[in-house]
Design a protein around this ligand. Structure first.
Ligand SMILES: Cc1cc2nc3c(=O)[nH]c(=O)nc-3n(C[C@H](O)[C@H](O)[C@H](O)COP(=O)(O)O)c2cc1C
Length: 209
């Protein structure tokens, strides 16, 4: 039951206490959790940009339709996709498998080649959508880990990615922002923290066959 209590406790935080900051240890848990997120084929074609700098957070405000969470949160996590997925990503992955697991190349080569061919046959837009889907898995993972660690968060798609990319100079890193996750601690007077959860009855969302 404990995990359900944590999930009841979490909510999309509207007002953060800007005086309360995540410790390095707490931030590190979130960073490690992001990196441990499962990704399709293990390719990890996404990156996490961690914004702690207050001036940068302030400059995100208008790009986020003036949602104050980006300014008041301790850190703003920006989940990004690479602007392209190529054979290099496949090679990087299989090279890492070889190094970390000592798997012989003759075992890996059929999988390496098959994945290169799969990616080579994908349209750019398809690869982009595929990468975007991975960021949503990371978002869910991060939100759950936040809840377990008593860290507040607010998942956000309500922002203009091209503006955020500009403010954070993401193009220089070959990245595009997909999701924001301001993290920190709720303000005592965030009225949303006491609102009851609005969810459908279980029998409307689960079909048991
Ligand atoms: C992908 C996604 C995008 C969201 N975007 C925003 C947003 O831009 N601003 C905001 O205040 N809440 C945003 N939310 C929060 C939802 O409105 C909220 O999670 C939902 O109403 C359920 O409430 P709860 O999370 O507090 O239980 C978003 C949630 C998700 C999952």
């Amino acid at each position: 039951m404990e995990i359900l209590e944590k999930l009841q406790w979490r909510y999309a935080t509207k007002k953060f206490n800007s005086d309360k900051k995540l410790s390095d240890k707490q931030l590190n848990v979130l960073i490690q959790a992001f990196n441990l997120t499962a990704t399709s084929y293990g390719l990890q074609t996404m990156k996490l940009v961690v914004v702690a700098n207050q001036e940068l957070k302030d400059s995100l405000l208008s790009s986020a339709y003036f949602q104050k969470q980006v300014v008041q949160a301790s850190h703003v996590l920006v989940l990004c996709i690479q602007n392209d997925i190529s054979e290099t990503d496949v090679d990087d992955y299989f090279d890492a498998v070889q190094t970390i697991r000592n798997t012989p190349e003759n075992v890996l080569i059929p999988f390496r080649n098959q994945l290169k061919s799969t990616i080579g046959n994908m349209q750019h837009a398809t690869k982009r959508e595929w990468a975007i889907r991975q960021t949503y898995i990371a978002l869910g993972n991060l939100m759950t880990v936040c809840a377990i660690e008593n860290i507040d968060s607010c998942p956000m798609e309500g922002f203009m990615p091209e503006k955020v990319d500009e403010v954070l100079n993401l193009k220089a890193h070959n990245l595009t922002s997909v999701l924001l996750l301001p993290v920190g601690f709720r303000a005592d007077d965030d009225m949303f923290s006491s609102f009851k959860k609005v969810r459908k009855p279980i029998d409307e969302v689960v079909i048991s066959l």
